[in-house]
Design a protein around this ligand. Structure first.
Ligand code: B1H
Length: 755
């Protein structure tokens, strides 16, 4: 096999691969993937899904495509025989970071599962010239630089298809780019990305700043630009409408080509609206159908039958509401339709609380989605329950049949096969390879919970993965970590509700305990990966606090042999692939009720980490799957939290004053030690925030967190075999969290694809 592959690669390189450069090999492999994936393109019959999303956090694609197409082992072998390494070749590939975090990564996992399950489902989004900013640290502060990822080879292929889009009364042309999406032993679907030919990367100034007014030059320059000022918010609306108008035209054109007469659009297309960023697809489709002589009432029905909406958050600031004059400016052609939809919505309800346009002339995007689509889903059981009971209770009352839950999932091809080959091989040697397509087969591993050899092997694999991560950290950041330590990891966007600041307070506490002579049960390596939105001041202060503490520890040999704090620079999908397989304890410590689901929690579990978490999002379902003995749960329940908010009497200062450990930790933020490495303004602001505001109730959960984490450390130190057994149970119960399961549920309950 590998000989045939060698010949094939020699052909594609037009030379002996032994003498080819990594760049030449990279291009040869791209061609190989392209050829093979084209063979798996199938025609579509029946309903086809269009997953519209402002984000697709796809990460590097080469290895993943090779795995999905069944070429990986042969390629690796052929390269090795020629003295080449696939890992080195992968360095050539730019990383597409076309998303912020979980929401964008979920979209990427869903595309993988759709193709794997042989379902006709394409993505629709934007071809941003720069993905999420590149993060670097200077003086313990986050700096942002543009992430230029488009090179001729990696980029989605330009097509001749262009659609006219009118923005603020001016005409623009949206060009379609196509990126193949390969399924594991499945079909090839497409990620459709739209762009404007006139976008000009040279308008980027210092850092990531640019002139936000010149739409022709900047429309798709950045993934979701900063929306802290009005021009930024307007640009978001420009982007959103550009995406959905071109997307809607693509849907109509493709369906018409398959015989659709538009009256029966819902038999040809299912449109999933990923959060409210694509919500304008509803009025846009109605507008386009009316141009095809369909009357308003019928158009509303067709669109309702075609569209479904996913809610990903209950954080008020993330639920998009636009002042009406923004829409009047950018999309005047939609306003008559949105007004008619608003009148219809108001006619269905007694009071105005479920209106689309409220008394203050603010347009509520989610309200439009719920009224005029046939399905609204949350992304974990608890989240959907909160939507029904509080956030969207009025809507649930009006449309109980529309509400449903679809607990998130992750693709095991990337988050196990690709990122953790040794664990994959071990699992395969125990239970065969059926789990790769039917994740529920992982349960077969439960037969080995008493098998010492298996448990020992799992610990060995974890140790190897820690060593690989350590080598990577040394190479990338010049940091040496102790691989005999317990590794705990908190990697996710930096946000107050996710509570990296709680972890920071624990680490300060731990530091002070060690200084006081209380030696911990095991050395700890505490790893963070997180980007803060450039305009999010407190989030940047938390990063500063962590980086500063990291230096304090590093410069104190008495402490640093017991604890290390490592902040991975520029956390992205590739970094996650290195970090997650090396983790012992997964930190999922959001304030209960605030994290809609979380998906990192699932990735860590699948790779044999135990979870330290609150009863929030999908943590609840993880705890049900593994049982109380195999997870560390702490903190207030979502009911308590919601109650405390409703009572409106939370006072952080009382907690600060009542608990000496907490006070000591918070006071330390502005201690001489911290100020010798950190900046007073940042540290003082963070300290004040915790004492006077603490919007996400860090202080009430502090004690429980410390106790639970120290328990986990003691358990880890006491009995490695028992720890390993509990990691095995976590892996065995992770099957439910495969995105294949999630996609099957979407298909059975909402989409009915191919039928
Ligand atoms: C999630 C977002 C999000 N929910 C606004 N909402 C954005 C909202 O740039 N913006 O304006 C970007 C992202 N992201 C996440 O979705 C949830 O917080 C996670 O809990 C969840 O797992 C994930 C996928 O459902």
């Amino acid at each position: 096999m590998s000989e045939t592959m060698t010949n094939k690669l020699n052909d594609l390189c037009k030379k002996d691969i032994k003498t080819a450069s990594n760049e030449e090999l990279y291009h040869a492999l791209l061609k190989l993937v392209d050829e093979k994936s084209q063979q798996q393109v199938h025609s579509v019959t029946g309903r086809k899904l269009y997953y519209i999303s402002a984000e697709f956090l796809i990460g590097k694609l080469l290895s993943n495509n090779l795995i999905n197409l069944g070429l990986y082992d042969d390629v690796k072998e052929a390269l090795a025989a020629a003295g080449k390494s696939l890992a080195d070749i992968e360095e050539q590939e730019p990383e597409p970071s076309l998303g912020n975090g979980g929401l964008g990564r979920l979209a990427a996992c869903f595309l993988d599962s759709l193709a794997t399950l042989n379902l006709p489902g394409d993505g629709v989004g934007l071809r941003y010239h720069c993905g999420l900013f590149h993060q670097n640290f200077k003086n313990n502060i986050q700096n942002e630089t543009p992430d230029f990822w488009l090179t001729d080879s990696c980029a989605a292929q330009a097509t001749d298809t262009v659609f006219p889009v009118s923005l603020a009364g001016k005409e623009y042309s949206a060009r379609l780019y196509k990126l193949p999406v390969t399924g594991y032993e499945g079909r090839t679907n497409t990620l459709n990305l739209f762009d404007l030919d006139t976008v000009d990367e040279s308008v980027i100034g210092d850092g990531i700043s640019f002139d936000k007014k010149d739409i022709a030059k900047n429309l798709t320059l950045f993934l979701y630009p900063d929306d802290s000022d009005e021009d930024g918010r307007l640009l978001r609306i420009y982007q959103q409408y550009f995406m959905v108008s071109a997307g809607a035209q693509l849907v109509l054109e493709e369906c018409a080509a398959r015989g659709c007469n538009y009256h029966n659009l819902a038999d040809y297309a299912a449109i999933q609206i990923n959060d409210t960023h694509p919500s304008m697809v509803i009025p846009e489709l109605i507008r386009l159908l009316m141009l095809h002589d369909i009357d308003f009432e019928e158009a509303v029905q067709i669109v309702t039958d075609t569209c479904a909406y996913t809610n990903h958050t209950i954080l008020a600031e993330a639920l998009e509401k636009w002042p009406r004059h923004y829409l009047d400016t950018v999309v005047p052609q939609l306003m008559p339709i949105i007004e008619k939809l608003d009148a219809l919505a108001k006619s269905r309800t007694e009071d105005g609380s479920l209106a689309i346009i409220d008394q203050n002339q603010v347009v509520h995007m989610a309200h439009m989605d719920i009224h005029f689509s046939h399905s609204t889903n949350g992304v974990a059981t608890l989240h959907t329950q909160i939507l029904k009971e509080s956030e969207l209770a009025g809507f649930y009352h009006l449309y109980p049949e529309k509400f449903n839950n679809k607990t998130n999932g992750i693709t095991f091809r990337r988050w196990l096969l690709k990122c953790n080959p040794s664990l994959t091989n071990e699992i395969e040697s125990l239970i065969g390879n059926g789990f790769k397509k039917d994740a529920s087969e992982l349960k077969k591993l439960l037969a080995y919970t008493n098998d010492q050899n298996v448990l020992r092997k799992l610990s060995e694999i974890k140790k190897q993965n820690k060593e690989a991560l350590a080598a990577w950290l040394l190479h990338k950041q010049g940091i040496k970590v102790n691989t005999d330590a317990m590794f705990t990891i908190q990697s996710k966007r930096l946000h107050e509700y996710k509570r990296q600041q709680l972890n920071l307070l624990f680490l300060i506490h731990q530091y002070l305990e060690i200084k006081a002579g209380h030696i911990p049960s095991v050395p700890l390596v505490s790893i963070f990966g997180a980007k803060a939105a450039p305009a999010y001041i407190i989030a940047k202060d938390i990063i500063h606090g962590l980086l500063t503490l990291s230096q304090v520890i590093e410069n104190d040999p008495e402490v640093s042999k017991w604890m290390q704090l490592v902040f991975v620079e520029n956390y992205n999908v590739s970094a996650a692939e290195m970090m997650i397989p090396a983790c012992d304890l997964s930190e999922q410590i959001s304030l209960a009720s605030k994290e809609a689901s979380g998906t990192g929690n699932m990735k860590f579990m699948l790779n044999g980490a135990l979870t330290l978490g609150t009863m929030d999002g999908a943590n609840v379902e993880i705890s049900e799957a593994v049982g109380n003995d195999n997870i560390y749960i702490f903190g207030q329940s979502s009911k308590q939290v919601i109650h405390r908010y409703a009572a409106g009497d939370y006072c952080a200062k009382d907690w600060y004053e009542a608990d000496p450990n907490l006070r000591r930790a918070i006071d330390f933020l502005t201690s001489e030690k911290m100020l010798s490495f950190g900046d007073e303004e940042h540290l003082k602001r963070l300290q004040n925030e915790l004492i006077w505001k603490d919007w996400f109730q860090t202080l009430p959960d502090f004690n429980a967190y410390v106790v639970r984490k120290q328990q986990a450390m003691a358990d880890y130190a006491a009995d490695q075999e028992n720890w390993s057994c509990r990691t095995l149970i976590n892996i065995a119960q992770a099957g439910f969290f495969s995105s294949d399961r999630t996609i099957e549920e979407y298909d059975n309950d909402i989409w009915h694809l191919g039928k």
